[in-house]
Design a protein around this ligand. Structure first.
Ligand code: BGC
Length: 509
């Protein structure tokens, strides 16, 4: 080989080495970036862990806070509101009743025909989305929309004779926000949640506002029962099964209520009820405990919300927020690497990923996760995501859903603990007892809301966690029953049982 040949050979070797070095360098950098993404997801998973030991701490904290909320006004972040429902429907109710349900993304109108003997002979429901702009305007515009919708519904579904049956009678009104009730059919709004903020409504009597709108539309119907959706769910649960003692809603927002002894409501000393009991609306969405596994994403979500430092439990559990937590984690993944390509501005948009879409990604069972790819593309403007990254997105959905379901499960067991239905000795004076005692009774918890009724993985995680916390000896006594449309039907049932009464069964002396 001449000098020239040698030079060429050396040159080629140097060039190949350089190319190889560049390629190796690229691969190393890309692998590093991938590991940064994996680490971000692992850190999130670690921070969101809910081992059973931690869940039991949440159970105890819930029971203690319930006690504190009943002991004094403002004694806890749990408001533990009186509902003036002292007895629950027993199946004997009869007649035609209408109910309205305002509270989430949708507004529902119902007409039910009760036939006594636990029978519902007819049941019409209309679901309408609440126009976004009405959620933040004036109470008059909001209630006018509701009254008009009810009027159209009554005209459409009832004939004249049925309309006259309802005239002057009882309407059940499910209003799914924190309300300080002054009787079964009156109460003032404490604050808005779930993205509603009609400022002139706060501290106003909700029933008066509705009643005025109904008369403006010429509707002669009296609101006989103002109920929270959790209370409606409890009512319908009890209508079918008298062992139902508590109810939980896990939809756009979350809440729970349960049947308490009137004498346990220490903050209301003069409370007398014929039954000796009272349903308490816990407003558990506002529950807080240092045992909750809070991550940096939850902190950011709260800071960006219009009600920061409020509804902390709700922000980890309910449908309004879960999709947004996932979006925030994907955003972080996108910032630490280029696996999602150039940064998409949609990723930085609050609530760009809704919980139903998040659930659809989570439940994608196609081998190549094509649904995940489609949603990332169409909703978040992220294209050509490799399969391994799509798998990570599914994992993030799983972490968020699992934590939410398990925390809700701990909340449920907390209620059971408070009323002595968890197989331990319950709590006395705010201190948790740890000894098993007494004989367990069959205990039913009614559950409503899309996350539980329509999101299979969420439901399975929740059921599994309740059984895990209670242990195999106690779990068989606790039955979680799904209630579709329970809150609306329950309000109609309470309107029916209240319309049938001639005397007040609740007195606050
Ligand atoms: C409200 C509750 C309601 C729950 C479920 C929460 O945001 O404060 O009153 O029961 O959502 O709809």
């Amino acid at each position: 080989m001449g000098k020239l040949g040698l030079g060429l050979a050396v040159g080629c070797a140097v060039a190949s080495c350089a190319i190889a070095a560049v390629m190796v360098g690229r691969r190393v950098r890309s692998r590093r970036r991938w590991w940064r993404v994996v680490r971000a997801v692992d850190e999130f998973e670690e921070a969101a862990l809910t081992p059973v030991g931690r869940l039991k701490q949440v159970v105890d904290a819930m029971a203690v806070e319930m006690h504190a909320g009943l002991a004094s006004e403002g004694g806890s972040k749990l408001k533990m509101l009186l509902t003036f429902v002292d007895s629950l429907p027993d199946g004997s109710e009869s007649g035609i009743y209408y109910a309205l349900h305002v509270g989430g993304t949708y507004f529902r109108i119902l007409r039910i025909q009760l036939g006594g003997q636990k029978s519902i002979l007819g049941h019409d429901v209309e679901r309408k989305p609440i126009p976004q702009h009405l959620m933040t305007r004036t109470s008059e515009e909001f209630f006018d929309f509701i009254a008009l919708s009810l009027k159209e519904f009554v005209e459409r579904t009832g004939n004249n004779s049925q309309y006259s049956q309802v005239r002057g009678k009882g309407l059940g009104f499910t209003f799914s926000f924190p309300v300080k009730q002054t009787s079964l059919s009156s109460g003032t709004l404490i604050k808005w949640t779930k993205g509603f903020s009609i400022d002139d409504m706060v501290e106003k009597d909700v029933v008066e506002c509705l009643q005025r709108a109904l008369s403006r539309r010429g509707l002669d119907i009296n609101v006989a029962a103002l109920v929270n959706d959790s209370v409606g769910t409890l009512a319908v649960g009890h209508f079918y099964d008298k062992d139902t003692v508590a109810a939980v809603v896990i939809g756009t927002g979350t809440n729970a209520c349960y049947l308490e002894r009137a004498d346990a409501v220490i903050k209301c000393q003069g409370l007398l009820t014929t039954s000796g009991g009272m349903v308490i609306n816990m407003e558990w969405g506002n529950f807080w405990s240092s045992h909750l596994p809070r991550t940096s994403y939850d902190i950011d979500l709260d800071a960006d919300s219009h009600n920061s430092n409020d509804q902390g439990f709700e922000k980890m559990i309910s449908g309004l927020y879960l999709g947004d937590i996932v979006r925030r984690v994907i955003c972080k993944m996108s910032l630490v690497s280029d696996i999602f390509g150039p940064f998409s501005s949609k990723l930085a948009t609050q609530f760009a990923l809704s919980t139903p879409l998040m659930a659809a990604m989570h439940e994608d069972d196609t081998p190549d996760l094509s649904e995940v790819a489609k949603i990332l593309e169409e909703t978040l403007d992220i294209h050509d995501v490799p399969l391994k990254a799509r798998k990570l997105v599914v994992k993030v959905c799983d972490v968020v859903t699992r934590r939410a379901a398990r925390l809700a499960a701990a909340g449920i067991v907390g209620i059971l603990k408070k009323i002595g239905r968890d197989g331990t000795g319950g709590i006395t004076s705010g201190r948790v007892k740890g000894v098993k005692s007494g004989k367990m009774r069959r205990t039913v918890v009614a559950i409503e809301g899309g996350l539980y009724t329509s999101y299979t993985v969420f439901r399975e995680y929740l059921n599994e966690a309740v059984a895990e916390i209670l242990g195999e000896e106690i779990a068989p006594y606790v039955i979680l029953k799904e209630m579709e449309d329970g809150s609306g039907i329950g309000a109609a049932l309470l309107a029916a049982s209240n319309s049938a009464r001639s005397v007040d069964t609740v007195q606050v002396l």
